[in-house]
Design a protein around this ligand. Structure first.
Ligand code: NIG
Ligand code: FE
Length: 416
């Protein structure tokens, strides 16, 4: 595979290796005017051009990065990227005043995507998902988590998990998959009937999925039901994650602490007394500000969550109903303008901490021996990633040492 020397980058910014929380979150390392040598998918050296000179062979492909900055690729650790159809009509209804919960109560919402996902054939679903993954790459995402949860029956839940498995082989990003059978209750079954059905799916789902997730929320799954489902899933090798505190606090964080989940996600409703206990664990606090923007609900109290000592993670929650965006830089901008994150904290939360939440090894830092997953900004100052709100500023994306996106090679950068 091609070796690269990325020469003379104006800034290279990286979290310090090791999951980051508390005041350490601010201590990102910034190197100026350095070069990065990439070999066999990993960073093999970082230093001045003269320091790296002796390591160079004729085969190394050189790219001049003067006036550019470099960051680790983003790890988007919470998405629902595989789905049929789309929900722009519901979006228009919400813009006109209807709430997410009202739309769900009349059979729209998750249920309408369930219908479209049951109806779409597998090949088309794979193509649609690949198209979405390509969009994610243009926003600097180099690893991603994808959930099922729009099937709500064995046939379609497994179809989704199989599509996610095929995506793992069909494109370069690292993909982690999550079984979210407990995303809602299908219209044709009672909740207890459907929970038994979820349990029956576990042996097959466990062969395909890395994690199991539950929507722990009023009208969906209680904290006790969530715990039982997740403990069962663990028997089939799936680790736990939970959707908690999106609209109501119904005890999901307690359950996550009790069972030792990898992450609690959403947290738009402030966790209150549970926060202190959460901070004593290695459970990530994953915040999804795209949802607050899209649904016009409160943003998570990012500052308080960080100051309490939790492990903050930022992700898109890309899905057709509550966050139709794969734009990680926008998520970071929202975390800074709406949730009290500093720019450095936001970068750490969206890279190394997110990789930790998914169990991705050697991912999210720019140091020798770490995976060469990185993005090049069309700016000498990394702060412009967050300052240019929603603007395309990413010029190149490398995944495991391969250049998978180069804006300068597409028609004047606009057909992104
Ligand atoms: O994470 N909260 C539950 N699930 C998604 C929304 C899914 C949908 O509306 O289709 C979320 O926000
Ligand atoms: Fe979600």
């Amino acid at each position: 595979m091609t070796s690269y020397l990325l020469e003379n980058a104006s800034q290279v910014i990286t979290p310090i290796p090791g999951v980051m929380r508390g005041t350490a979150l601010k201590d990102l390392k910034i190197r100026t005017d350095v070069s990065i040598l990439i070999e066999n998918g990993y960073i093999s050296a970082i230093g001045t051009r003269s320091e790296l000179h002796s390591l160079l062979t004729d085969e190394v492909f050189r790219i001049d990065l003067a006036g550019k900055s470099v960051l680790p690729g983003f790890v988007d650790s919470h998405t629902h990227l595989v789905f049929g159809g789309s929900r722009e009509t519901e979006f228009a209804e919400r813009v006109a005043g209807a709430s997410y919960e009202e739309i769900a109560a009349r059979g729209g919402g998750i249920q309408s995507t369930v219908k479209a996902t049951r109806d779409i054939d597998k090949k088309e679903l794979l193509e649609k998902s690949l198209f979405n993954l390509q969009k994610a790459v243009r926003h600097g995402t180099t690893s991603i988590e994808i959930k099922s949860g729009y099937g709500l029956n064995e046939e379609t839940e497994l179809k989704m998990l199989e599509v996610i498995s095929e995506l793992k082989d069909a494109q370069p990003l690292d993909v982690k998959s999550t079984f979210l059978g407990a995303h809602a209750v299908p219209g044709d079954l009672s909740k207890s009937e459907y929970i038994s059905h979820i349990r029956q799916m576990m042996s097959k789902a466990g062969k395909l999925a890395d994690f199991c997730d539950v929507f722990c929320e009023k009208g969906y799954y209680t904290a006790d039901e969530s715990r039982d489902i997740l403990l069962e899933a663990e028997k089939f090798g799936m680790k736990s994650r939970l959707h908690v505190n999106q609209f109501n606090d119904i005890g999901g964080i307690r359950t996550a602490i009790e069972i030792g989940a990898a992450s609690v996600d959403h947290l738009e409703v402030f966790p209150g007394d549970d926060l202190e206990d959460l901070a004593k664990t290695d459970i990530c606090a994953t915040m999804l500000p795209g949802v607050s923007l899209f649904l016009n609900i409160d943003y998570p109290e990012g500052r308080q969550i960080i100051d309490a000592g939790c492990i903050p993670v930022l992700a898109t929650d890309f899905n057709p109903g509550s966050s139709m965006t794969l734009n990680m830089p926008l998520i970071l901008s929202l975390a800074c303008t709406q949730m009290g994150f500093s720019m450095e904290e936001a970068i750490a939360a969206a890279t190394q901490n997110a990789a930790f939440s998914l169990g991705l090894e050697k991912t999210g830092c720019l140091e020798p021996g770490w995976k060469a997953d990185l993005i090049v900004l069309d700016s000498a100052n990394y702060q412009n990633l967050i300052y240019f709100v929603g603007e395309p500023i990413i010029e190149k994306v490398f995944k495991a040492g391969a250049m998978i996106w180069d804006r300068s090679r597409s028609w004047d950068g606009i057909n992104t």
